[in-house]
Design a protein around this ligand. Structure first.
Ligand SMILES: [Fe+2]
Ligand SMILES: [Fe+2]
Length: 193
């Protein structure tokens, strides 16, 4: 992965990524609301409702980060993702059990990397203060992915389906970031020598 070298480029990339995450978190929360309310979700209702709550918390945290960076959510992206989230939430009432669980697991696996990537951009953009919360959000997304994967695996048909790429162990999120900081500071020193 190639990262921007300048602080300003990294900040611009971080803002864009946070705008996408801010809109995406609402889509996820709305989809899970539909998910939890669906007729088939009786057993999982409380767990999925808890995941919905965590997505709203992420959205608030990301919104606060954007403000800190003197930026705002992207209205166009917000609208698109609101539509997508509402539609998925609605479709959950008609679809079966496995497809929404599978779709959620696949999406969550992408969310882990999204916040790890944002933490790295924040580090380059001279905003190390944002890093702990971004890595913590990556860890929560890791939990979400693990939950939906275990649900898919508990289904007779889900057991046979090819899965998305399984994330590394949760502890790796912190380790990989520390490694990135080390490598990045070495590269910086070499390029400034
Ligand atoms: Fe989230
Ligand atoms: Fe999530």
């Amino acid at each position: 992965m190639i990262y921007p070298e300048s602080v300003s480029d990294a900040q611009a990339a971080l803002i864009r990524l946070l705008q996408l995450a801010h809109a995406g978190e609402r889509a996820a929360a709305l989809a899970y609301r539909g998910h939890a309310a669906a007729w088939w979700a009786r057993r999982e209702r409380a767990e999925i409702a808890q995941i919905e709550t965590e997505e709203w918390q992420h959205r608030n945290a990301v919104g606060a980060m954007l403000l800190k960076l003197n930026a705002r959510p992207d209205p166009k992206q917000e609208k698109i993702m609101w539509g997508i989230g509402s539609l998925i939430g609605l479709l959950c009432h008609f679809g079966g059990w496995l497809i929404p669980m599978y779709g959620a697991g696949k999406l969550e696996s992408g969310n882990i990397w999204e916040y790890e990537h944002a933490a790295r951009l924040a580090q380059i953009a001279d905003h190390p203060d944002l890093v702990p919360a971004l890595l913590e959000m990556a860890e929560v997304e890791w939990e979400h992915e693990a939950y939906f994967r275990s649900q898919v695996k508990s289904h007779w048909l889900g057991k046979t389906l090819p899965l998305w790429k399984i994330p590394a162990a949760k502890a790796q999120i912190q380790t990989d970031f520390a490694e990135f900081v080390q490598t990045h500071s070495n590269v910086k020193e070499i390029s400034h020598a």
